[in-house]
Design a protein around this ligand. Structure first.
Ligand SMILES: Nc1ncnc2c1ncn2[C@@H]1O[C@H](COP(=O)(O)OP(=O)(O)OP(=O)(O)O)[C@@H](O)[C@H]1O
Ligand SMILES: [Mg+2]
Length: 149
């Protein structure tokens, strides 16, 4: 359960969140809707711990644990993170390497052993098939045009 109560936050000295409360029980999908500038992105940034966003009042907890006192990577390990709308290319880093590193960081945070390379490939192949993603594409490292002749 994600629980936000009377949350107040500001960015560059301007108060954006003015006492927001909401509860999201585990396993439920909620959509937050509102006019442009209402503060939806600000709420996401504050909950995930983006720099420059200052909490000035209220609380946010995940399963009863204070979320706001954790570092962004600790929040992410508990499942609170922003996903990419437009993923950035990191030249030289294939998607599979990126995903395996992220998965192992999660497993480590949960006190589990790292997944082995063959286990990971099997899992990735199965998930790629489920999502109808070309598996070969995941193996490819993106290259910046700059490096091409
Ligand atoms: N870095 C900043 N400095 C000052 N004001 C900011 C900053 N970032 C956002 N704001 C202001 O905070 C308010 C909320 O913006 P926010 O981006 O959270 O809204 P939103 O609900 O996500 O809007 P949209 O639907 O356009 O994505 C707006 O008035 C915006 O101008
Ligand atoms: Mg927004």
């Amino acid at each position: 359960m994600l629980s936000v109560s009377n949350l107040r936050a500001e960015v560059e000295g301007k108060e954006i969140l003015k006492g927001l409360s909401l509860e999201v029980p585990a396993g439920e999908v909620h959509a937050i809707m509102g006019p442009n500038g209402a503060g939806k992105s600000t709420l996401s940034y504050v909950l995930t711990g983006r720099e420059g966003y200052e909490v000035t009042g209220g609380a946010a907890t995940l399963d009863g644990e204070d979320l706001l006192s954790l570092a962004p990577y600790e929040r992410a390990a508990k499942g609170v993170f922003l996903s990419f709308q437009y993923p950035l290319e990191i030249p030289g880093v294939p998607a599979l390497t990126f995903i395996r590193t992220a998965l192992n960081a999660q497993r480590k945070a949960r006190g589990e052993a790292e997944i082995t390379a063959p286990e990971f490939l099997k899992l990735a192949r199965a998930k790629a098939a489920d999502l109808k993603i070309d598996f070969d594409m995941l193996k490819r490292a993106p290259q910046r045009r700059l490096f091409r002749r």
